[in-house]
Design a protein around this ligand. Structure first.
Ligand SMILES: [Zn+2]
Ligand SMILES: [Zn+2]
Length: 397
């Protein structure tokens, strides 16, 4: 391996990283439809000599670089999907696919993954660990990780460690965040259906108004976190959709609402589910309606393995002395990488990607989201360093 620092190595491939990222940004694809993206990944990995498996969970790709027996198998995962958002940027790499946009930075994740693939492929003489690169479809709430796991990506070979990352526009380039334990919230979605009896808006006494009941339900649910969750725990209950009625003088039969629950601890989640059911059913009944709530689990809490995370923090502090490292970072956003970490010890971390001076500081999922591409070499070098650390010896020592 060349003697340059991981950051120098990553910077030497910056033009390559940028061209991959911009090509994917121009050609975003929605979850489970990342066919072109997947082909780019397959071509690059095959050219570098990786053993490539494709078509896993529709468009998922695995690239394997065998190492020496007795050394760890290290899995690195990168997600590939875009979002159903119309891009409002005016760059020369703006999305060419109407209504679809890389508004979360997964285009950068693929570019980071392929740049890492290049650097690791050039370490043949010194590398001992087996490298398993996973390019995953459909991270954005569509279940890509679970499908890849169901189709066997955690076997043959089974990874000893799993690593993942996210570019993060909530912080500037030069920052990274990690935690030696829970780092991202578990997410559930819920759907509330309140049935009443519709009728003329001028004759409310002849109806059972589900809109008034829905308003009370939304207000009462604001007390779940504020009155039933310990102030020392974290939780969110957000109503994000309300649908009821179609015109100004008709009271509708029903109101349908949707939202999300975020929590870190199983006992907090269990309490919220119980409270939301209690409020929806009883307030609706009190108002003469019938209220039902259905909850669907999306991802569990993403919990880093403390041994792995601590090892990485120590190494990053030693090797990246200009980087601002937050080792107690947590967010209420969720990630399906959580499913990989249920089976494999590992860590997920965030790499600051915004640059306010360049106007590159819109949040994730915003139609003007864009990143400072300098995050790519930083993320690549952190991951290369993480692989080097985990390749050295077993954590059980
Ligand atoms: Zn996202
Ligand atoms: Zn994302």
């Amino acid at each position: 391996m060349n003697q340059n620092s991981p950051l120098d190595q990553a910077l030497s491939l910056f033009e390559y990283s940028q061209s991959i990222r911009r090509d994917l940004h121009r050609n975003p694809e929605i979850g489970f439809h990342e066919f072109r993206t997947s082909q780019v990944v397959i071509n690059e990995l095959a050219a570098l000599g990786y053993e490539v498996q494709s078509g896993i969970a529709e468009t998922g790709v695995v690239g394997l670089l065998p190492g020496v027996d007795g050394y760890p198998v290290i899995m690195l995962r990168f997600d590939m999907d875009a979002l159903p958002i119309q891009e409002e940027n005016q760059t020369d790499y703006v999305s060419q696919n109407p209504g679809v946009m890389h508004a979360c930075g997964h285009d950068a994740h693929v570019a980071i993954g392929l740049t890492i693939a290049r650097l690791l492929a050039s370490t043949e003489e010194t590398r001992r660990a087996t490298i398993k690169l996973i390019f995953q479809p459909a991270e954005e709430g569509l279940g890509g990780a679970e499908r890849m796991i169901a189709e066997g990506v955690l076997t043959n070979p089974k990874p000893d460690f799993a690593l993942g990352l996210h570019v993060w526009n909530e912080r500037p380039t030069g920052w990274m965040g990690i935690s030696s334990g829970p780092i991202m919230a578990g997410a559930d979605t819920f759907r509330v259906n309140i049935q009443g009896k519709g009728g003329h808006g001028g004759h409310p006494h002849e109806t059972i108004d589900p809109i008034v009941a829905a308003a009370q339900v939304v207000s009462a649910c604001q007390t779940i976190v504020s009155r039933t969750v310990s102030p020392l725990d974290s939780a969110v209950v957000s109503f994000c959709q309300i649908q009821g009625g179609s015109t100004f003088n008709v009271i509708p039969h029903q109101v349908v609402m949707g939202g999300t629950i975020r929590s870190y601890l199983p006992k907090v989640r269990a309490n919220i589910l119980q409270q939301i059911e209690r409020i929806v059913e009883n307030i609706s009944r009190g108002m003469g309606c019938e209220g039902i709530v259905e909850v669907k689990e999306i991802t569990p809490t993403l919990t880093n393995h403390s041994g792995v995370a601590n090892k990485l923090v120590t190494a990053f502090r030693k090797k990246f002395n200009t980087l601002q490292i937050d080792d107690h970072f947590q967010t209420m956003v969720s990630e399906d990488f959580a499913f990989f970490l249920k089976d494999v010890p590992g860590a997920f971390f965030f790499v600051g990607s915004s640059n306010a001076n360049l106007g590159l500081n819109f949040g994730h999922h915003h139609p003007q989201f864009d990143i400072d591409e300098m995050v790519i070499p930083i993320a690549v070098s952190l991951m290369i360093e993480a692989v080097a650390e985990l390749s050295q010896k077993s954590l059980s020592e």
